[in-house]
Design a protein around this ligand. Structure first.
Ligand code: NAD
Length: 296
């Protein structure tokens, strides 16, 4: 079984490597050559162009930053839709807007290419450890054929509905994650100002009513949670500019239903301020620096 894996960043590289380690022939391509070389060291087969990566494969998996990158990778002359063989299954894992997802899926279908949207949650540790959750939109037969691959890369797969509904679910989930991170930053900063030991607050809250996934995995205070970017000067696992992108997607989806999200909107404005003032490439948990006043 041959798979083209396109987009070998923080998430894509470990996902591609897990597929290769499971015995699939994985053709790896990224616009940044260095990423392709690095994926080769992790068991993938390096490809010099998108066109050559997708030629004759059974599946294409994409893990790209934004909708514009997805359009470019799928719809240009040298791209996936014009070069994959009819019958190929396209597993689009990037977090992007519903509209682009539907458009790309429809164009692909005209060429007998079958796409599902499969955005993920679980972060880079989930990508490394194959514990991602996939939120899937699209045809159930296409999902059934994709399950062996998804089961290699993740541990939970939920079929949300028609094409685009995976993205809609992801928008809701990540708005919740962004809000949780602001709440964590605020509570742990307050604890510090009140003279509390933040480790002891974690001891209480991590097993109590204040607990959240963000707290257990991405605590913005260093020295408490092993997997947290705060231990590593906020080197990004999930960059703050990516969180801003996701909040923008969630709020524009909310707008389309005339539903107001006051806390989501406030969260977005804080990330906007952080990104504008130079924090965009730091981990999203670095927002605590804006909250506690240590961000220059
Ligand atoms: P990243 O920026 O680390 O990686 C994206 C890669 O795509 C880069 O290496 C880039 O060079 C490559 N790329 C861009 N355009 C391309 C093209 N046309 N063809 C081939 N390669 C191209 O981003 P990431 O953190 O891996 O995130 C990828 C997606 O997953 C995003 O949509 C993000 O929102 C989502 N996501 C990320 C996380 C996380 O924790 N990082 C968690 C869940 C979902």
């Amino acid at each position: 079984m041959k798979i083209a894996f396109i987009g070998l960043g923080n998430m894509g590289e470990p996902m591609a490597s897990n597929l290769a380690n499971a015995g699939y022939e994985v053709y790896a391509y990224d616009v940044m050559k260095q990423k392709t070389i690095s994926a080769e060291k992790k068991g993938c087969i390096k490809k010099e162009s998108l066109k050559s990566a997708v030629k004759g494969v059974d599946f294409v998996v994409t893990m790209l930053p934004e909708g514009r990158h997805v359009k470019e990778a799928y719809l240009t002359k040298e791209g996936i839709v014009n070069n994959a063989s009819p019958g190929t299954i396209l597993i689009e894992c990037s977090t992007i807007d519903v509209e682009t997802t539907k458009k790309v899926g429809e164009v692909a279908l005209c060429k007998d290419l079958f796409m599902i949207d499969c955005p993920v949650s679980g972060g880079t540790s989930g990508a490394v450890n194959s514990t991602l959750t996939f939120m899937v939109g699209g045809n159930s037969e296409t999902l059934k054929l994709s399950l062996p691959l998804l089961n290699v890369m993740g541990k939970k797969i939920v079929h949300m509905g028609e094409l685009g509904s995976g993205q809609a679910a992801k928008a809701c989930n990540n708005m919740l994650l962004g809000i949780s991170m602001i709440a964590l930053g605020e509570a742990f900063t307050l604890a510090d100002k009140l003279g509390l030991d933040q480790k002891k607050l974690f001891q209480i809250s991590s097993e109590g009513s204040g607990m959240s996934w963000a707290m257990l995995n991405h605590l913005p205070v260093s020295g408490i949670v092993d997997t947290a970017a705060s231990n590593n000067n906020f080197k990004a696992g999930f960059a703050a500019h990516m969180m801003l992108k996701d909040l923008t997607l969630a709020l524009s989806a909310a707008d389309s239903t005339n539903f107001k999200c006051p806390i989501g909107s406030l969260t977005k404005s804080l990330y906007e301020k952080f990104v504008k003032s130079g924090g965009g490439s730091l981990d999203y948990s670095a927002i605590i620096k804006l909250i506690n006043g240590t961000h220059k």
